[in-house]
Ligand binder design. Structure first.
Ligand SMILES: Nc1nc2c(ncn2[C@@H]2O[C@H](COP(=O)(O)OP(=O)(O)OP(=O)(O)O)[C@@H](O)[C@H]2O)c(=O)[nH]1
Length: 190
C-alpha cells in the first residue's frame, strides 16, 4: 500500500490573519517547510495538499479540494477529501502549521502504522494529543469520516475515539516540545 503525505491547508487562518500555509518563515512558505520535512522523512511516496476551493491553485502540489457538502468543516473535512480521493493509500497527515516537526518523527509514525493497516497512529506530547501529525488508514476510512461529518461532531477526537488507535509519545522519544508547536498566531513563530 502506498503512503500519501497529506498537507492540510484549507483553513481560514482566522487567528493568523492571512493564509498561514503561504506565509514565509525563514524565506519559505509554511507549506513548503512541511513538504520538505515529509520528503526528508522518506515515509511518503507522494505528497498532496488538501485545501478549499479558494486556495486550490495556490500550491505547487497535487491538490484535493473539500467536498461541496463539507466546506469549512475543519480538518476532518480536509481529511475526508483526501481519504475519498485516495481510498487505497495510507495517509500521513501533517497540518500546514507545524513547520518544526522532525522528519524522523514522521518516519516513526509511518513505521508504526505498518504493523496494522486498520490502526490510526497519532502523536502526543505530554497530555496533549496532536491528531494532525498522524497516520490515518483503514478500509472504511472515507466512509467513517463521512459518517462523522454527518453527525456534526467535527472534532478529530470525536472521530478517532471510535477507531483502533495507537498514540506515540513524542516526549518519551526525545522530540522537544517546541518541535510540535502549532503556528496559530504570528506570535507562535519561533
Ligand atoms: N482541507 C481543509 N483543511 C482545513 C480546514 N480547516 C482547517 N484545515 C487545516 O487544518 C489544520 C488545523 O486547522 P486550524 O489550526 O484550525 O487552522 P485554521 O482553521 O486555518 O485557523 P483558524 O481559522 O485560526 O482556526 C490547518 O492546517 C488548516 O489549514 C478545512 O475546512 N479544509
Amino acid at each position: 500500500m502506498k503512503t500519501l503525505g497529506v498537507i492540510l491547508a484549507g483553513g481560514n487562518s482566522t487567528r493568523f490573519g492571512e493564509d498561514k500555509s503561504l506565509y514565509k518563515i525563514d524565506g519559505k512558505p509554511m507549506v513548503e517547510h512541511i513538504a520538505d520535512i515529509i520528503k526528508a522523512s522518506h515515509a511518503a511516496d507522494e505528497i498532496i495538499v488538501s485545501t478549499n476551493s479558494r486556495l486550490k491553485t495556490a500550491f505547487n502540489y497535487e491538490t484535493v479540494t473539500d467536498d461541496d457538502r463539507f466546506t469549512d468543516k475543519g480538518p476532518i473535512g480536509g481529511l475526508f477529501a483526501a481519504a475519498s480521493a485516495y481510498p487505497d493509500s495510507r495517509l500521513l497527515v501533517v497540518s500546514c502549521d507545524t513547520p518544526y516537526v522532525p522528519a524522523r518523527w514522521l518516519r516513526k509514525l509511518h513505521d508504526a502504522a505498518l504493523a496494522d493497516s486498520e490502526t490510526l497512529v497519532l502523536t502526543k506530547e505530554g497530555d496533549r494529543i496532536h491528531p494532525l501529525i498522524a497516520v490515518y488508514q483503514g478500509q472504511d476510512l472515507a466512509e467513517s469520516l463521512e459518517a462523522q461529518l454527518r453527525t456534526g461532531r467535527l472534532s478529530m477526537k470525536a472521530f478517532f475515539e471510535h477507531r483502533k488507535t495507537v498514540i506515540l509519545d513524542a516526549k518519551e522519544n526525545g522530540v522537544p516540545k517546541d518541535a510540535l508547536v502549532n503556528i496559530n498566531r504570528r506570535t507562535d513563530i519561533l
